[in-house]
Write a protein that binds this ligand. Sequence first.
Ligand code: RP5
Length: 174
Amino acid sequence: MEKQAKIAVLMGSKSDLPILQGAFQVFEEFGIAYTARVMSAHRTPEIAAQFAAQAAANGIQVIICAAGMAAHLAGVIAAHTTLPVIGIPVASEPFNGLDALLATVQMPPGIPVATVTAGKAGGKNAALYAAAILALGDAELAGKLKEFRRQQTAKIAEMDAALQQELTPMAVKA
Ligand code: RP5
């Protein structure tokens, strides 16, 4: 049986792909089927609008959009669907992502886009947030998310233990 993608990952250009590798890793880890496409609010506006308008009927439940510069992809997609849309601003010259952050986050009231931080952290968090949305109706996925958090907490505790071993003699144990 062919897998049904539940999450669509859209990028304004293939040059945005490195930001999204962490998102793809999350989907592999949690066993979430996704689809990924390059389309642009400015360079392929009809394709973007059509994709968004048909996404829900195609079984998509959450759409993630990564774009840089005058980053309108998430907003344009959100304008054509009521599915939850998550925007990832992509950093580029000369404003290092502040331009894309403002373009993505500053949606007018009525057309929401949940915006995560720029860069690879944004890619990973967008995927985790999308997984959390799907987990509302998927107990198995909710369990995987809880286990992910448990392991993440354990890693930080390990880091703290390792740090205590490396501190200089004047360091006082807190
Ligand atoms: C945006 O313009 C894309 O999302 C990308 O971040 C930026 C630059 O695109 P390329 O010139 O690399 O294709 O639309």
